[in-house]
Design a binder for this molecule. Structure first.
Ligand code: PGA
Length: 261
């Protein structure tokens, strides 16, 4: 696992955008896994800024898969992850809706929604780079503590903590859906490169538990320890609780120029 302690959220965004652009440049039909929430927004803005400035890659063949989706919102609701990712990223990059996939929250298809999403991921050949955030309770996508480390896409129930964290998008906790569809931890592990973005002091304890604590379903993000290619980009406030922070920085400062991410 490569942990890169940076200073600011802007530095996280610039480096994350570099990683995503490199993947798209090296494979025109790259499959990008996209997280929602606040953390990746500066990265998405950076990608859009570069695209609009004409310095970004072509997104003509790129396909996207979102990590998760709320259940119970009316179709087109602005806080649905389908609408969010279109508004924040893919529309501006010119990636059409038919190349942006998400778990299908339609009520009558819920029992098979997970299987159908897994099949779509497989047909696409899997995810090349998966953008991830981490919850303050250590969740990854919407895999809350206690989630099976081998889980696949399925319905989950959000914890009270996550619903409180996400109330800022909805106005009140009561309006945050209770149920979601989420890629499982086993699904996430199948992506070829995992790119975890962590910013803000509210994530410091969760990051430390995920990368320096034991592998445990009590901290779902600790499953990253099993993946052979993980890059963690974190700002200074998020790395405050890491015991080996100085070492990670030393490793990054001495990183061979040819290595990339
Ligand atoms: P955030 O959410 O980026 O909005 O903090 C991260 C997450 O819940 O996984």
């Amino acid at each position: 696992m490569e942990i890169v302690p940076l200073e600011t959220a802007e530095q996280v965004a610039v480096l994350a955008a570099d990683v995503l652009e490199t993947a798209v440049r090296s494979r025109g039909d790259a499959v990008l896994g996209l997280a929602t929430g606040s953390t990746p927004l500066p990265t998405y803005r950076e990608l859009v800024r570069r695209h609009e400035a004409g310095s970004g890659p072509s997104y003509d063949g790129v396909r996207c898969f979102t990590l998760d989706e709320y259940i119970g919102l009316p179709a087109g609701h602005p806080e649905s992850y389908r609408a969010t990712i279109a508004r924040e990223l893919t529309d501006a990059l010119g990636i059409p809706a038919e190349r942006v996939h998400g778990p299908d929250p339609a009520p009558d298809g819920l029992p098979t929604a997970g299987e159908r999403y897994e099949a779509a991921l497989e047909r696409a050949g899997g995810v090349d780079v998966q953008v991830l955030g981490i919850g303050s309770d250590g969740h990854l996508a919407f895999n809350e503590p206690g989630s099976s480390l081998g889980s696949r896409t399925r319905i989950k129930t959000l914890t009270e903590e996550t619903r409180r964290d996400n109330a800022r998008f909805f106005g009140s906790v009561e309006d945050v859906p209770r149920h979601v569809l989420t890629q499982g931890l086993g699904t996430i592990l199948r992506a070829r490169h995992l790119l975890l973005l962590v910013t803000g002091p509210g994530k410091a304890a969760a990051l430390s538990a995920a990368v320096e604590g034991p592998l445990t379903a009590s901290c779902p993000a600790s499953v990253l320890q099993l993946h052979p290619h993980v890059t963690v980009l974190a700002d200074a406030s998020a790395t405050g609780a890491l015991e080996r922070r100085a070492h990670y920085r030393e490793v990054y400062d001495a990183k061979p120029a040819w290595q990339g991410f």
